[in-house]
Design a protein around this ligand. Structure first.
Ligand code: AMP
Ligand code: MG
Length: 349
């Protein structure tokens, strides 16, 4: 049975001790971070890490991110840290970034799926930090969801999906950012963004570093194509419905295209939804409309995106037309998740 702790109003220190003991004893603990919830296990314990893959149904070639609570822990598990990597660590940790570093041998092979590198993240969320610090070991933690589904950002969704699959669930309220960390790997002196997130290319550039977006962020990985991050190959964030993303620099054209798609598909589907900005609901009166936030606040959209995708399933949507957002700042990360949620089914007008 899964034991639930509610830390929304108060972080109970004896419960933190129980959770950290549980982690040290090979148990699974779901905990909040500022990005999304994670399913945590002791990253130094091969068998505990295996339980994560089982609970999620995660493909065994998709490595886990290891969470630490201080810089000393980074040096215990990673080696040969370059000046650029150190600059990223010093400027963005703790925070919503994962840095791929050369791993030391104490990290079991299943954490990194036999890669020589390990993804390291230091969350800022106080509950996450207390749990990691108290356990004293690095914590491997992928997002708290069944593989392929949207990442868990609130406790209702997580309980529904993971109850009785993990030993503990800690409720820390809704995640502040709502999208997973920016994943970066430094290669030939350039910071390559493997997964966009709240820390944007501009944020990295502002440190005086060269940065590029990996070519697979907006493009599907073709069969047998070599990728920098195994997660890029896997189906992710998908609602049950068929979904299509509509993008345009021109708002009017975008709305016209969505109307057109509704007309074309009205007779083929029973329960069509438009997922988009609340300001645009007035244009789509003859179908269901689900708002993911307002046009002038992409941080709010980021927070809502995964729970919105889950709502489509709850409301038995069978065809969803998703509105694209501006490809800038956190918009890059939102678009990356939406394109993948739509199975790369995208119309640009
Ligand atoms: P998740 O924990 O489910 O949010 O996913 C973690 C992401 O980080 C996946 O896309 C992984 O492929 C990626 N990742 C983790 N470790 C590595 C690594 N050593 N090298 C490249 N990508 C990694
Ligand atoms: Mg995930």
């Amino acid at each position: 049975m899964t034991k639930i702790y509610d830390f929304k109003n108060n972080i109970d220190s004896s419960a933190i001790k129980e959770l950290s003991e549980a982690l040290k004893n090979g148990k699974l603990v779901v905990f909040p971070t500022e990005t999304v919830y994670g399913i945590g296990a002791n990253a130094l314990d091969y068998d505990a890490v295996n339980k994560i893959f089982k609970a999620k149904g995660r493909p065994t070639d998709n490595p886990l991110i290891v969470h630490v609570s201080n810089k000393e822990m980074i040096n215990n598990i990673a080696k040969d840290i370059s000046n650029i990597e150190q600059k990223l660590i010093d400027n963005f940790m703790p925070g919503p970034i994962t840095i791929i570093l050369n791993k030391k041998n104490n990290i079991p092979s299943n954490v990194t799926c036999n890669l020589d590198t390990v993804g390291i993240r230091m969350p800022e969320n106080i509950i996450a930090r207390k749990i990691i610090e108290s356990s004293g070991v690095p914590i491997a933690a992928p997002s708290a969801n069944i593989s392929g589904k949207p990442s868990g950002t609130n406790i209702q969704d997580i309980k529904k999906e993971l109850d009785n699959k993990v030993d503990y669930i800690v409720d820390g309220g809704e995640c502040e950012i709502g999208l997973e960390s920016t994943v970066v790997k430094v290669e030939n002196g350039i910071v390559n963004i493997l997964r966009p997130g709240k820390i944007s290319p501009e944020d990295i550039q502002n440190l005086g570093l060269s940065v590029k977006l990996d070519s697979h962020i907006f493009n599907e990985v073709k069969n047998e194509e070599k990728v920098q991050s195994p997660g890029m190959k896997h189906k992710h964030y998908a609602p049950n419905a068929k979904a299509v993303l509509v993008c345009s620099d021109n708002e009017e054209r975008k709305i016209e295209q969505i109307k057109e798609l509704i007309k074309e598909n009205k007779d083929n589907y029973k329960n069509i939804f438009v997922l988009g900005f609340e300001e645009h609901s007035k244009y789509f009166n003859d179908v269901n409309f689900l708002s993911f936030g307002t046009n002038n606040d992409l941080n709010l959209v980021s927070k809502n995106i995964f729970s919105s995708l889950r709502k489509l399933d709850k409301q038995k949507c069978d065809f969803c037309i998703v509105e694209g957002v501006k490809k800038q700042g956190i918009g890059i990360a939102i678009l990356n998740r939406l394109i993948r949620a739509c199975g790369y089914n995208k119309i640009e007008v």
